[in-house]
Design a protein around this ligand. Sequence first.
Ligand code: NAD
Length: 490
Amino acid sequence: MNLKQQQYINGNWVDANVGNTRDIINPFNQEVIATVAEGDASDTKAAIAAAREAFDKGEWPTTPATERDAIVRRIAELIERDKEELARLESLDTGKTVEESRGDMEDIAGVFRYFAELADKDGGELIDSPIPNSISKVVREPVGVCGQITPWNYPLLQASWKLAPALATGNTLIMKPSEITPLTTIKVFELIEEAGVPAGVANLVLGAGNTVGAELSDNTDVDLISFTGGIVTGKKIMQAASVNVKKLALELGGKNPNVVFADADFEVAVDQALNGVFFHAGQICSAGTRLIVEERIHDEFVNALVERVKKFKLGNGFDEDTQMGPLISAEHLAKVEKYVETGIKEGATVAIGGSRPDDPELQDGFFYLPTIFTNCTTDMRIVQDEAFGPIITVEKFRTEEEAVKLANDSIYGLAGGVWTNDIAKAERCVAKMRMGTVWINDFNLYFPHAPWGGFKQSGIGRELGKLGMEEYTETKHIFQNLKPESMNWF
Ligand code: NAD
């Protein structure tokens, strides 16, 4: 593989301090596709020191925004140039279809372009000072040294949501990708170097969460942590970050309701309910895993889902006809299996799936069949916990109030959907749904211009959109007295 398999610290490609490495596995067949450096706390400290120096003494934070943006735009162009290589690398590493990865790469270039366009549009704000003979203005400045920690499900997409706004606003950073899917992030750091980002500004450390990730969260030279991942890890990071009151942006999990009223466009709602969950084998934070269907159409809706699921083609993400690839790892497959066992014990009914496939061609991969549970109630763990696998639970409702109540019955509040042709009804539901994103007659759609993030335990802060950029800035009020006078108090 023509890819550096090292860390990028202070403008140099380096092995791990103590020489450790980690094999990266293709989840379709368990073949080793790369062996990369496995850093630890000492590598992380070196990267933090480089980022600190680049922020405190380097020119990046005070470089005119237009110059920084030209570099961020150049990264977008390089991603576009190398998008096929990046897409294939992402599919090799995650098992998702190449078709999906190609879409991701287009989105990722768009994210870098969006933040490059946005960052030089904020010239600060003059405010109406109540003090005579004064000027009062508000400016935004970079936060400082940012620790960025990403998950394995959308490795480069999640990284782009952090890298692009941090660079565009003049911060320095240390990125830690998931230890099991680092390949496209390594490749993008090659492009960051090629685009001309100065040494020390963007650093890449490879390694585990409890070493590299923990050091980033604990270290008092880090000013901000932006984390995307599970809720348990998010809580640990929040505690650790309190050591120096780091700014925090947490994008955590979801257990997202998808409410279907009887007056919805039936065929489209069925189709999107499937896309909303089984894309990337359900390993999506915003997957619509809690399907909440009006009783009048419940049986017909479930039957339609089951008939469609029977025809799903599982396989190698590199085969053109594959619709769903494997799960990410043996460990994650075991977790999904356990979750299904729990659902059965709790009394839910498996309408389809509920096991690994028996196709001999899929035995080397971490495959699980698309699964639909019916007879589900909100007290069940399978309805409340995030499984992060290809599983839908179906609940029934009779009234609008009941639908909203079920949708909100969760510790999470990342995203949700409402399907109906009655727009007034949709608006009433949306106004009461406690989630960061709600789709009406759509599901799982996002773009760089709209903020992304969760209510409740789905997180703190927002990525993407103007808010996603503001996360990487501090607000400073500058007051200037044009006619200073003594107060003669003391
Ligand atoms: P995870 O929490 O296990 O790991 C995420 C990252 O945190 C990895 O890089 C990991 O190495 C690191 N980490 C682990 N322990 C750490 C520690 N103690 N300190 C610091 N870092 C640590 O999550 P995952 O299994 O990689 O990803 C799946 C989760 O991510 C799901 O819950 C999913 O919903 C969530 N997710 C959320 C969003 C969103 O936008 N809200 C997007 C994608 C994924």
